[in-house]
Design a protein around this ligand. Structure first.
Ligand code: PRP
Length: 216
């Protein structure tokens, strides 16, 4: 039997993802042992998984190098890959928002050709240009995006907000909410047909786990 491969996001999502897989009986002991291997294998279940940068998870899944993946909705929206999003795993819940100084509250419309700093240029464009029909200048940053409006690089930002602490401590507020974000289970489109039995077993196991958590 061929191995079923799962691509996991390296970083914030890893622990919760591994925990969920363990709870449905996938052996993650190789990963737990702190191995430097890039591929972790569950021999008995013929499953292997690997950790990659979040933005690369959809790529591995779209090309079929991974049959499945666990990745944030923010990354899915930004990467726009062709794959099936089959389950909201609930963890790592946060929001994608437009944020800026409080004096811009309710005045977003009046800011023509605004400069929007973000790690998510595609999401920012989609929101402003397609949904609001406003032209913007996107300034791509790689982190600490909240700094941009404070030093005059941009009027507003598009970024993730979890607790709201970073915004608050930097004197910024949420101006608009773009989307609810959380970890999602994704499946390659060919694997969904060719490996439907094994994939469905995993999807059902995870779904059941979520339902039990919900009921508790
Ligand atoms: C994320 C996000 C915000 C912050 C939100 O950044 O981009 O900056 O967390 O969290 P909070 O609402 O709980 O304060 P991350 O920590 O990933 O670092 P980065 O800004 O360098 O990307």
């Amino acid at each position: 039997m061929r191995y079923l491969s799962i691509a996991l996001s390296k970083g914030r999502l890893t622990d919760a993802a591994v925990e969920m897989l363990e709870k449905i009986g996938i052996d993650c002991s190789e990963y737990r042992a702190g191995s430097r291997k890039l591929i972790f294998t569950d021999e008995s279940g013929k499953i292997r998984f690997f950790l990659v940068k979040p933005a690369d998870v959809p790529t591995y899944v779209e090309y079929g190098a991974a049959d499945m993946g666990i990745v944030g909705k923010d990354t899915l929206l930004e990467e726009g890959r062709h794959l099936y999003e089959v389950l909201d795993l609930g963890f790592a819940a946060c929001k994608m928002v437009v944020a800026g100084p409080a004096e811009l509250a309710g005045k977003l419309d009046s800011l023509n050709n605004k400069r929007v700093a973000t790690k998510y240029p595609r999401i920012a464009r989609e929101y402003f240009e397609h949904k609001r029909r406003e032209s913007i200048e996107v300034i791509k940053l790689n982190g600490s995006v909240e700094l941009a409006p404070l030093v005059g690089l941009a009027e507003v930002i598009v970024d993730l907000v979890e607790t709201g602490r970073t915004l608050k401590e930097n004197g910024l507020v949420v101006l608009e909410t773009i989307a609810d974000i959380s970890a999602r289970l994704v499946v390659n489109r060919v694997s969904a047909k060719m490996e439907s039995e094994r994939i469905n077993r995993i999807v059902d196991g995870l779904r059941k786990q979520l339902e039990e958590k919900h009921e508790a």
